[in-house]
Design a protein around this ligand. Structure first.
Ligand SMILES: Nc1ncnc2c1ncn2[C@@H]1O[C@H](COP(=O)(O)OP(=O)(O)OP(=O)(O)O)[C@@H](O)[C@H]1O
Ligand SMILES: [Mg+2]
Length: 241
């Protein structure tokens, strides 16, 4: 396949309605180890529509981050299929996949991963630089930073912010390209309880005001309770609660 030709979408057999933006079919994941393949996910199946939110819980080591990485197209299933917006991301070339990920997926991790040498505003704008399509990113960045209540911190460096403020910058950065999927891996895991609650509320509020699919891995049952859907991962399988 040539680098810049988009690959065709799969036929519509997998599209029960046009609202279904995420389909996960019989996803298995094994890691090779010295002792042989280690099966972590053993047939995950679900689909989600625009506007839905999902909390994924489960014991440590159950494969939550592994699943999120695959939903984020950062890693491939051993077998099975992930379809996002009708696209099978792993059929894309490396360059197409990078572009697809950049436009379609927003990540928030437990650690903020802001770049220390850049200002708050620049950090939020970083995802718009790689594949700039001429939209007014600066205005959107300022609007998002207003919504996470950091409009008075635009020129600060990450080191000059509190933990909760840094995480709010990471939230704005995740949303700058209007992703289809907002994926969060323990987004409030390194914050104190009060700040965690505030960041959790903020994420849900931003999700509600834009038609994203919002998926968060969390150990917090309090945070999970605010989601429309809840899954528990156990022994490689996914149980909807
Ligand atoms: N690259 C890898 N190679 C081998 N094993 C791996 C690899 N990545 C993850 N694993 C194993 O897969 C299992 C699931 O890991 P994962 O990070 O998805 O768990 P988790 O549910 O996110 O746990 P936690 O709640 O502690 O973050 C773990 O037992 C881990 O050791
Ligand atoms: Mg994890």
């Amino acid at each position: 396949m040539s680098q810049d030709t988009p690959s065709p979408s799969p036929p519509s057999a997998h599209h029960p309605t046009s609202d279904v933006q995420l389909q996960v079919r019989q996803v298995f994941k094994e890691f090779p180890t010295a002792a042989g393949p280690l099966a972590i996910l053993k047939g995950i199946d679900f689909e989600m529509q625009a506007g839905e939110s999902l909390a994924i819980t489960g014991p440590s080591g159950s494969g939550k981050s592994t699943l999120l990485q695959m939903l984020g197209t950062l890693d491939q299933p051993t077998s099975g299929e992930i379809v996002i917006n009708g696209q099978q991301p792993f059929a894309l070339s490396e360059r197409e996949l990078a572009r697809f990920r950049n436009r379609t997926i927003g990540f928030v991790f437990q650690e903020h991963y802001l770049l220390p040498q850049y200002s708050v505003l620049e950090n939020v704008l970083l995802p718009t630089l790689a594949f700039n399509d001429g939209q007014d990113s600066r205005q959107r960045a300022q609007e998002l930073l207003r919504r996470v209540q950091l409009e008075h911190r635009l020129e600060h460096r990450p080191a000059e912010l509190s933990g909760g403020e840094r995480q709010r910058v990471a939230v704005a950065r995740a949303l700058i390209n209007r992703p289809t999927l907002l994926l969060c891996d323990e987004p409030t895991g390194s914050l104190d309880q009060g700040t965690a609650g505030a960041v959790g509320e903020l994420l849900m509020e931003l999700h509600s005001s834009e038609p994203t699919i919002y998926i968060a891995v969390t150990h917090s049952l309090e945070l999970a309770a605010t989601f429309g859907r809840r899954f528990e991962l156990r022994e490689g399988l996914c149980y909807e609660l």
